[in-house]
Each structure stands twice: as structure tokens, then as C-alpha cells.
Design a protein around this ligand. Structure first.
Ligand SMILES: Cc1cc2nc3c(=O)[nH]c(=O)nc-3n(C[C@H](O)[C@H](O)[C@H](O)COP(=O)(O)O)c2cc1C
Length: 215
């Protein structure tokens, strides 16, 4: 059933929060962006260090310059990967092809999303297992807040393959990196069922490989 509506129900929000890659260029009111940013800042961070910085980008020239790198990376990496890889769990060939079409659409229209929130982290790059762990909580909170308001977005990280170049466009100082760009706008399509594999395939009990009763 089509679903475009805002919701305060977290279970509904999580279970229908599809990647919304087709967005209208219509403006998004500042007070809604403010709510999304506040949700981001409520997130936990290691030691409560709160080294996140959020850049709200509306400037068309800035977005267009970044989109050029985003598009180049589609040609260099993403397009060839979609052409040669199998559909993920819970998907099939037709659905995967639709996903690729949406990914290509967002690539071509990235800069047309009326607002971007760029999630940045101060403190230098961390190559270890905790890389990104003090920024992606904020990102997920912002994704959920966006869904709750009936707005569409997708977590995108592709630009980080040209991270230095893109961070320079955003004017980030040394020691600050961008981790994710959330292009935000009113969705053209509907929220709805997610393509995920069965839970029992990814949960074990006590030891790797042992079935977990209940999943
Ligand atoms: C770490 C991460 C990076 C992602 N980067 C991109 C990206 O650069 N571009 C894009 O279109 N989608 C990106 N996505 C979105 C995923 O492709 C999407 O969440 C996944 O296909 C599931 O989509 P669904 O929730 O609509 O089923 C990213 C998601 C994650 C978690």
C-alpha cells in the first residue's frame, strides 16, 4: 500500500525507510531541517566527545561541483559493479536492476536535491574497527528523523573515494573529514517494504554457525 506519510511510530519508520533516490526539487522548510539536525545531535558518540560537524548545503554551485565527482565514481566503480554482481539477499534480478536505475537517477540528479546535510567528523581518519562509529549514529538518527517527517533521503558515502577533493570544495579544515552526504527532498515515490534476506540467515546462537532459536 502506498505510503508517503509522516509517522511518529519508530517501528513503522524503520521498516519502511527505503533509500529514496528520486526527490522533488521543491524547497524544504528550514524548521524541518532543524529537527533533522537536532535528531543527529542527540546521537551517542564515543566518550560523548561530539566531534561531529554538520554542513547544510543549499548552494547549487557547491552541489554541482561535488556531483561531478559523484558521477565520475559511478562511471569508474559503481556502474561496472552493478553490471557484474549478483542481487543481494532478499532481492532478485529485476529488483536489482530497478535499484541500479534509481542509483543512476540519483547520480544524475544529486545536485538537484534542495538540501544536503554533510556529516563530518573532527579528529583525523581512523583506519581501525571503530572507523565512523562516532558519526554514523548521528547519520542514522537523521535518516530516521527525515523518514518521520515524510521527507526522502539516502545515506551516501560514494564521494569519499574523492574525499580530499570533495572536502576541499566544502572548505573543511585540516583534521576534519566528511563521512556521508544526505541529499534531502520530498520523495517522488513511496516508502514501503524493504528488500532484506531472512533474519535466521544472519543470526547465530552462542557460536558461529549454530542456529539461534527464535530467529
Ligand atoms: C554505508 C552506506 C553507504 C551508502 N552509499 C550510497 C551511495 O553512495 N549512493 C547511493 O545511492 N546509495 C548508497 N547507500 C544506500 C544503500 O545502497 C541502500 O541503503 C541499500 O541499497 C538498501 O536500500 P533499501 O533500504 O531501499 O532497501 C549507502 C548505504 C550505506 C549503509
Amino acid at each position: 500500500m502506498p505510503n508517503q506519510s509522516p509517522t511518529d511510530n519508530i517501528w513503522e519508520a524503520m521498516s519502511t525507510m527505503r533509500a529514496m533516490r528520486r526527490l522533488k526539487p521543491d524547497p524544504v522548510p528550514d524548521d524541518l531541517i532543524q529537527k533533522i539536525l537536532q535528531a543527529g545531535q542527540w546521537a551517542p558518540s564515543g566518550g560523548n566527545t561530539q566531534r561531529w560537524r554538520f554542513l547544510v548545503v543549499r548552494n547549487p554551485q557547491v552541489k554541482k561541483q561535488v556531483q561531478a565527482y559523484y558521477s565520475r565514481l559511478y562511471d569508474e566503480q559503481v556502474g561496472p559493479r552493478y553490471a557484474s554482481s549478483a542481487p543481494p539477499p532478499g532481492s532478485d534480478a529485476a529488483r536489482y536492476q530497478r535499484q541500479n536505475a534509481a542509483v543512476k537517477y540519483l547520480t544524475d540528479h544529486y545536485h538537484e536535491a534542495p538540501v544536503w546535510i554533510v556529516a563530518c567528523l573532527e579528529g583525523g581518519e581512523n583506519p581501525g574497527r571503530t572507523a565512523g562509529s562516532s558519526i554514523y549514529q548521528a547519520v542514522q538518527n537523521m535518516l530516521l528523523a527525515t523518514r518521520a517527517l515524510g521527507l526522502g533521503t539516502t545515506l551516501t558515502t560514494r564521494h569519499t573515494s574523492y574525499g580530499k577533493e570533495v572536502d576541499a570544495i566544502f572548505g573543511l579544515p585540516p583534521g576534519v573529514q566528511s563521512y556521508a552526504i544526505l541529499p534531502i527532498g520530498w520523495p517522488m515515490g513511496n516508502f514501503g517494504k524493504l528488500g532484506r534476506g531472512p533474519l535466521r540467515d544472519v543470526v547465530y546462537g552462542d557460536r558461529w554457525g549454530q542456529p539461534y532459536q527464535g530467529a
